[in-house]
Ligand binder design. Structure first.
Ligand SMILES: Nc1nc2c(c(=O)[nH]1)N[C@H]1C(S)=C(S)[C@@H](COP(=O)(O)OP(=O)(O)OC[C@H]3O[C@@H](n4cnc5c(=O)[nH]c(N)nc54)[C@H](O)[C@@H]3O)O[C@H]1N2
Ligand SMILES: Nc1nc2c(c(=O)[nH]1)N[C@H]1C(S)=C(S)[C@@H](COP(=O)(O)OP(=O)(O)OC[C@H]3O[C@@H](n4cnc5c(=O)[nH]c(N)nc54)[C@H](O)[C@@H]3O)O[C@H]1N2
Ligand SMILES: [Mo]
Length: 832
């Protein structure tokens, strides 16, 4: 082939356009095969993107064979190497599948068989008929409270192909259903911070990193690991933050800046920056924060002016801090006893904070714990005492490790993407929740299933659990995300029908009744932001390979559902894939022109470079408007000021969340004299090599980090030796809630008593569906507890988790979680 007379962009456009016809038709379209037939599709590099980065895929004869990072990504991450496998791995969902006993008996099926992974292949028509008939039956019989949809949070990137958006559009035309409030990520912080500092804080842009580099003397990484967690973003990452972190590393070497990581383990960020660490014991952050606050108060080093001008409730908090109310001063000695640092370390740390400009960067792990509301609240209180909130390079933020936090936001438009239907007709069924709540806090789903009708407190309201009969999950893997797997297995038996849409045969598919195969990002065309917080530019995401097996786009699955009650045309709004993308793009062009930005015509963009960089934005300081003019720019709290004491919260009278931050023991905690049977604190932090459970099924990539085929268990030399464990051993990790296998990695990064298994390791039951069975791969949520943070936020407490570890000496079972379902041939099923 002569590469000079071949225009790949033009080819891409043609193939994209032809694939659209297939996408909008129901059923396989012969055109696709024709377009992508061997030989007709010459070798080419196709631009696409993912949560792991933007890239180009080399495609040969229709097969994706090689991946290289996008040329505008200066710091690509190695998870990109796992992305190709998402399309081809053996765990790919290939066909619509229905659980054997459910196909026979529907809602009267034997639900104890859920999880045994025995499925029958059916046709799309049959699968959608079954889905639709169930939706009808449940709506008619139980009303809106009978149907539940899980949070579709980590759907693939793309403004048009939004799995959650498609589900909401489609189901919304049919009726109402129970949904979730809050998420697993930052549930506690999301509820407390608006009441304390007036905004969510967690998902918002941070002070620009160039200003931090210029002004900050001390960065405090409070349980925050940006170098690990900035690898992925909610939209396509530009990874520019890593350039700034490189400069911070240099500033440390030059003695211009100190970075202190407050973390029980040596994090990836600490190792990268070679920075200092305050290695506190797990779950003791609030005690440490109080000890530091007490020191500042006692030594009169806190900013009285800031407290007076910008906060309320200091006077209600001080009697607790000094011990006037409970005879226990929360001084450095008291804190040292709990958090395992010395009183001297705590006092030195306090003094360092007020020596120059200090930027607190709070992570979220320490709020995914019992009483998780207290840490973010107390960090805001401490930052208020330091008095630099709203100054460049000072104050506090909770989003530095997320979505490129601190990269400068461009001046470009933010495209909205697939939204709700314009002037939708009335739904087929009116909302009918039968006295139950329309939402439940995300992580309370198992509790809700086990106890319908129960009333729980939530953020000042009362939630009455609905009686859910049918659950629909798209772009979510609850059999990874949710805590206490064995309790969950029992709860799932309450569901008559479970529908899952996914492209990977996760444990959630295993425990479903109807599994619908969807396309991956790489089988779709779309546009997406390059950089989530930075919104640096807009990129074309071109379809890399044809639709695999019988996968359909999420959008088309729900179009097929709507067709069954006569609403397909309304749902589709008369557009096919490329028309949708163009409409979304054109909306952006309009917004752009109102901002004075001249974007290319869609066709020029799509057929040309497929990337448009917006004009650079200006560096920005979080909370500076508030600091400059608190009267004109009040915070979103009742007082408009930072609430060290919240009357609103005090009035709720929750014993587990009083009116100001306090130290409370969690339901279990390591490193103390107690009767807990399990001595080791298990962290289930976010993985360095995955996005939750995504990419775990990329077999070749998984084998680059798995140990003896299992998920790695990180443990200190001391704890390993005490248990006779060597690197590479298979260990059994257990507590009263469950047991899993994992592969031993001995690491100097871990303090005695602290171990880690990353969340997202695929649940791989030895006996599928049996509560208590051994997980053969290493899912930490087999061990975690399903207890809420408090009555305020009802968030997950995944990180309040104690275990014991032993060498596994019994017969070593194969890993069961990967490779898809066991297909059973059944008469009456219409495959293909
Ligand atoms: N590579 C990668 N990046 C991700 C994700 C991913 O799956 N993979 N997920 C994304 C998502 S959805 C989210 S919600 C965020 C999660 O963001 P976080 O919840 O902040 O991230 P984690 O990595 O779980 O934990 C951050 C740090 O907290 C520390 N830590 C644990 N226990 C304690 C404690 O008791 N006290 C203190 N002070 N520190 C503690 C851990 O050692 C770790 O270094 O990450 C996002 N980024
Ligand atoms: N123990 C413990 N548990 C935790 C955490 C922890 O720190 N510790 N962290 C929690 C946090 S912060 C989070 S955010 C949750 C994450 O929990 P989830 O959001 O459930 O995790 P993912 O693994 O990202 O699951 C997304 C699923 O959607 C599928 N998918 C991706 N794109 C699409 C699409 O376009 N369409 C469809 N239909 N499917 C798609 C993927 O294949 C995958 O199976 O986990 C929580 N669980
Ligand atoms: Mo998250």
């Amino acid at each position: 082939m002569d590469s000079y007379d071949f225009n790949p962009a033009r080819r891409r456009f043609l193939t994209g356009m032809l694939a659209v016809g297939a996408a909008s038709a129901l059923g396989p379209n012969p055109l696709i095969k024709k377009v992508w037939a061997a030989g007709e599709n010459p070798q080419q590099w196709i631009q696409s993107g993912s949560h792991f980065g933007a890239f180009e895929a080399r495609v040969e004869n229709g097969e994706w064979v090689e991946t290289r990072p996008f040329k505008h990504d200066k710091y690509p991450c190695d998870m990109l190497n796992a992305v190709r496998e998402v399309v081809y791995n053996p765990s790919r969902v290939r066909y619509p599948m229905v659980r054997l006993d459910w196909l026979r008996k529907r809602e009267k099926s034997d639900r104890s068989q859920r999880g045994n992974n025995r499925f029958v292949r059916v046709s799309w028509d049959q699968a959608l008929d079954l889905f639709y008939e169930e939706l009808e039956r449940v709506q008619k019989t139980y009303g809106s409270s009978g149907v539940f949809t899980g949070l579709a949070d980590w759907q693939m990137v793309g403004k048009y192909h939004k799995a959650g958006g498609a589900m909401d559009r489609g189901l919304g035309l049919h009726g109402s259903y129970v949904t979730t409030v809050g998420d697993y990520s930052a549930a506690a912080a999301q509820v407390i911070l608006p009441r304390v500092i007036g905004a969510l804080e967690v998902y918002e842009q941070q002070t620009s990193l160039p200003l931090v580099i210029e002004h900050t003397d001390t960065i405090v990484l409070w349980g925050c690991d940006p170098i690990k967690n900035l690898q992925i973003e909610f939209l396509v990452p530009d990874h520019d933050a890593f350039g700034y972190w490189q400069q911070i590393k240099e500033a440390i070497v030059q003695g211009k800046m100190r970075v202190i990581s407050v973390d029980p383990v040596r994090s990836k960020s600490q190792n990268f920056l070679n920075c200092e660490q305050l290695a506190l014991r797990p779950q003791t952050d609030v005690a440490l924060l109080l000890g530091v606050a007490h020191t500042l108060y006692d030594e009169k080093r806190y900013d009285v002016g800031f407290i007076n001008d910008y906060t309320v409730g200091f006077e209600q908090f001080i009697p607790y801090l000094t011990g006037e109310t409970d005879k226990q001063p929360k001084n450095a000695e008291w804190a040292a006893e709990i958090c395992g640092l010395t009183a001297d370390q705590i006092r030195q740390f306090a003094r360092q904070l007020v020596k120059g400009r200090t930027q607190f960067m709070g992570g979220w792990c320490a709020q995914r714990m019992h009483h998780g509301e207290q840490y973010p609240w107390m960090l805001v209180v401490l930052a208020s005492m330091v008095g630099q909130i709203g100054l460049p390079g000072g104050g506090v933020g909770f989003g530095w490790h997320y979505n490129g936090g601190g990269t400068v936001t461009s001046a470009g438009p933010v495209l909205s993407g697939l939204g709700s239907i314009n002037n939708p007709p009335a739904a087929k069924y009116q909302a009918d929740f039968r006295g139950a709540s329309e939402h439940i806090p995300t992580s309370r789903i198992v509790d809700c299933l086990l106890d319908p009708g129960k009333a729980i407190a939530f953020n000042g309201e009362t939630i009455t659990y609905p009686d859910i009969k049918m659950a629909i999950y798209s772009a979510a893997n609850p059999f990874h995300a949710q805590q206490d797997r064995n309790r969950m297995i029992e709860a799932w038996k309450k569901l008559e029908t479970v529908v899952v849409l996914d492209h990977q045969w996760t444990a959630s598919c295993r425990f479903a009744d109807i599994v619908l195969p969807v396309t991956t990002r790489f089988e779709r065309n779309d546009v997406e932001q390059f950089g989530t917080n930075s919104n640096k530019g807009l990129m074309a995401l071109h379809q890399v390979v044809k639709l695999q097996f019988e996968a359909r786009h999420d959008f088309d699955v729900f179009a097929g559902l709507c067709k069954r009650f006569g609403q397909e045309a309304v749902y589709r709004e008369g557009r096919d894939e490329m028309q949708w993308i163009k409409a979304i793009y054109d909306e952006g062009v309009k917004m752009g022109s109102s901002l004075g930005i001249n974007m290319p015509e869609f066709d020029t963009f799509w057929q040309g470079e497929g990337y448009f960089e917006y004009p650079a934005g200006k560096p920005w300081v979080r909370h500076s408007e508030f600091r400059d003019q608190p009267d004109l720019n009040p915070l979103g709290t009742p007082s408009g000021l930072i609430e060290i004491y919240s009357k609103t919260i005090a009035d709720f009278q929750y014993p587990d969340c009083p009116g100001h931050p306090v130290w409370m023991e969690p339901f279990e905690r390591s490193h103390r004299d107690s009767k807990d049977n399990y001595p080791l604190h298990l962290q289930s932090c976010h993985p360095d090599k995955r996005l939750h459970s995504q990419l775990c099924s990329s077999d070749a990539f998984r084998h680059t980090y798995a140990v003896a085929g299992r998920e790695p268990l990180y443990i200190s030399e001391q704890d390993a030796t005490a248990r006779g464990l060597k690197a590479g051993d298979i260990a059994r990790v257990f507590n009263a809630r469950g047991q899993i296998l994992a592969g031993v990695v001995i690491s100097p990064d871990y303090a005695p008593g602290v171990i880690r298994i990353h969340e997202g390791a695929w649940y791989s039951p030895l006996e599928g569906g049996k509560a208590g069975t051994l997980c053969t791969y290493g899912d930490p949520n087999v061990l975690s507890a399903d207890i809420a943070t408090s009555q305020l936020a009802q968030g997950p407490s995944a990180h309040t988790l104690l275990v014991e570890v032993e060498r596994y000496t019994a017969h070593v079972p194969n890993v069961t979680g990967f490779g898809g379902p066991e297909e059973i041939k059944e008469e009456g099923a219409h495959a293909g």
